[in-house]
Design a protein around this ligand. Structure first.
Ligand code: NCD
Ligand code: ZN
Length: 337
């Protein structure tokens, strides 16, 4: 059994900076044609100069690989139309974080006052800049995403020309919202297709599966699997691969994030094949993203996977991946481009 994927895309990726970027950048650029790069550095990427400089550090870290980093800025309601016009050609989207909701998001938005957000969101609509959102309130942890759906709906109806991407959705409620508004789209991670809260905290605590949003209930995972496996056109793969050094995961006060970039395509192949939907994997990992982000240029690359055991390394540098030291059913056997 072998499958070839054209131009695989990861539409939500954390590459970090400095030594960590040098470790993890090549693990994505080896097998993906491109990725939407999250801006939650310290401090977050929020000026044109920072964005351009970060992009060149990513390109340098990825060496000779054919890989396009699609850059994002950290949303601020102070961004003016003039500023957005001046930076538009350098970015692919803007990422909005509610203040303090996840790693390095302290400078995010609080309150979601539509009048405060309107000038920036109107300008983004006009300039056709998509808005990616980490959709969680600061309510009870299992309810945060479902509670945020009303904010997604408020934004989708107030800004009908703005493409809004619900990032890393984890719930049935978010899946249902997708079909209610033409301008709502979603990314789904690898780990949320595979695990539930039981895998994180049902037995011994598993810090390497702890992330924001937290994995939810079996019925939520079912809803995510349904739309991913059918290749629903409004849903794209976004790994949310979020590396943290081992000591910050295996510690009191575990950092949130699951590191999946180097195993993502192999595990997706196994998941889709196991559900007899392998023909929809191309849509989920590339075609849907190209249609939704219709301005992006995607470099040519094909990745061939075969049903052949792959033993996941225990660590990549100082980062422990999901399924560390376990054996996966699929291996990458060839990459062209
Ligand atoms: C991400 C990180 O570590 O940057 N963590 C996570 O648990 N997903 C941030 C994010 O996307 O929420
Ligand atoms: Zn993320």
């Amino acid at each position: 059994m072998s499958i070839t994927i054209n131009q695989p895309l990861d539409m939500h990726l954390h590459l970090r900076d400095k030594a960590m970027l040098k470790t993890v950048g090549p693990l994505s650029s080896a097998s993906f044609s491109g990725a939407i790069i999250m801006p939650n550095l310290v401090p977050p990427v929020s000026t044109k100069e920072e964005l351009i400089a970060y992009k060149s550090r990513i390109i340098e870290a990825c060496g000779e690989d054919t890989f396009t980093p699609y850059m994002t800025l950290f949303f601020k309601p102070s961004y003016t139309k003039e500023f957005l016009k001046s930076v538009k050609d350098e970015l692919t989207a803007i990422k909005l974080y509610p203040a303090g909701i996840t790693t390095n998001s302290e400078g995010g938005v609080s309150g979601f006052d539509v009048n405060e957000l309107r000038p920036t969101l109107d300008a983004m609509s006009e300039l056709e800049i998509p808005l990616c959102i980490h959709g969680e309130t600061n309510g009870f942890v299992m309810d945060r995403e479902a509670e945020f759906v009303s904010i997604y709906e408020m934004l989708a109806s107030n800004f009908p020309k703005l493409k809004i991407i619900m990032e890393h959705i984890t719930t049935r409620e978010s899946v249902e919202a997708l079909d209610k508004f033409d301008n709502l789209y979603a990314t789904i991670t690898l780990h949320h297709l595979l695990i539930t809260l039981d895998d994180v905290a049902g037995g011994m605590l598993q810090p390497h599966l702890f992330c924001k949003p937290i994995a939810k209930r079996p019925e939520d995972r079912e809803a995510l699997r349904r739309v991913a496996l059918e290749g629903h056109p409004k849903v794209m793969f976004g790994s949310d691969s979020a590396p943290h050094p081992q000591h910050t995961k295996e510690s009191c006060g575990c950092a949130a994030g699951v590191f999946t970039a180097p195993i993502a395509l192999q595990v997706l192949a196994e998941l889709f094949e196991g559900h007899s939907t392998i023909e929809n994997l191309q849509a989920f990992v590339s075609n849907n993203a190209k249609a939704i982000y219709n301005h992006i240029k995607v470099p040519h690359k094909t990745v061939t996977l075969e049903k052949k055991p792959f033993i996941v390394p225990a660590k990549y540098g100082d980062v422990v991946p999901m399924y560390a030291s376990e054996t996966l059913a699929y291996s990458i056997v060839n990459i062209q481009g």
